[in-house]
Write a protein that binds this ligand. Structure first.
Ligand code: NAD
Length: 295
């Protein structure tokens, strides 16, 4: 049993904290929103009056917050209250630069740290089947892995500080680009009189094969479990895809990497979000490519 503090009990953090409690750890948590605290308490999570109070006795602290600015401000707030040697893990999806700053803050306090963003969405958070992409020292990883294993199924050490975030945004840039490519192919097929099923049967067993096609097919029919069969209910919301594509573009600019298709994908998802589609599944971008009149 480990004393764990958990800050940020939203759609992802709530069930993740619940899984740590279910695994027998003592979890003390905090969020700004009362309803999130109430929902976590029902899952066996202890609730503290503040983030500082939550971390006071912790051996491990996990944060699951919206963006880099939240992580840096929460870590700056709690670090004076944590015991030196406490392991800090941030599982939010944030920019690589802020992640590396957070590691530096922890090091100043004598605390090991990990950036450990996740893939798998709210279903993975509830079912403890998340994939964790982890950046930090080998020693910190060895300490954090058994804790992360109670919230996920696959834990990958990607290298030093910030490399977990780097892996996350590289993966999601592939996903955003590949989904647009698959959608364009279906839109072209429709114009050419080729059925969805025929394109799927060929491309899913040919060189066009990819996850966006075979697991998350953006048209209804060929993959019955894909959000296209459920009016593009997420799934993975377009607003979150846009967030990740923007992070990849910030990182590409800072690092001097040329990512023209990533930039185009960010623009297209920006437009899709501007049409009010931020809350629908990202595969629904096929509607934008068809033209709004085809809705
Ligand atoms: P969310 O908005 O549901 O939860 C964030 C929580 O942080 C909220 O409950 C909010 O009240 C809390 N919070 C904000 N500032 C705080 C503070 N100062 N102190 C305490 N609590 C504070 O978001 P989410 O969907 O749980 O996502 C969390 C992170 O995980 C994000 O970085 C997101 O990009 C990433 N992520 C989300 C998904 C998904 O499918 N939802 C998938 C992968 C990664």
């Amino acid at each position: 049993m480990t004393n764990i503090a958990f800050i940020g009990l939203g759609n992802m953090g709530g069930p993740m904290a619940g899984n740590l409690a279910k695994a027998g750890h003592s979890v003390k948590a905090f969020d700004l929103v009362q309803a999130s605290k109430d929902a976590a308490a029902e899952m066996g999570v202890g609730i503290a009056g503040s983030a500082k109070e939550a971390v006071a006795e912790a051996e491990v602290v996990v944060t699951m917050l919206p963006a880099g600015k939240h992580v840096l401000s929460v870590w700056a707030d709690i670090l004076p209250a944590v015991k030196p040697g406490t392991l800090l893990i941030d599982s939010s999806t944030i920019d690589v630069e802020s992640a590396r700053k957070a590691h530096a803050l922890a090091a100043e306090r004598g605390c090991p740290s990990l950036d450990a963003p996740v893939s798998g969405g709210t279903g993975g958070a509830k079912g403890a089947t998340l994939t964790f992409m982890v950046g930090g020292s080998a020693e910190a990883f060895d300490r954090g892995e058994p804790i992360l294993a109670k919230m996920g199924r696959k834990i990958v050490h990607c290298g030093g500080a910030g490399n977990g975030q780097a892996a996350k945004i590289c993966n999601n840039m592939i996903l955003g680009i590949s989904m647009i490519g698959v959608c364009e192919a279906f839109v072209l097929a429709e114009k050419l009189g080729l059925s969805h099923q025929a394109l799927f049967d060929v491309a899913s067993t040919s060189s066009g094969q990819c996850w966006s096609l075979t697991t998350y097919c953006p048209v209804p029919g060929p993959v019955p479990t894909s959000p296209a069969n459920n009016a593009y209910k997420p799934g993975f919301a377009s607003a979150l895809m846009l967030k990740d594509l923007k992070l990849s573009q910030e990182a590409a600019q800072a690092a001097g990497a040329s990512t023209p298709l990533g930039a185009a994908a960010a623009q297209l998802f920006g437009l899709h979000n501007a049409w009010g589609e931020g809350g629908t599944d990202f595969s629904g971008i096929i509607q934008l490519l068809r033209g709004r009149g085809h809705d």
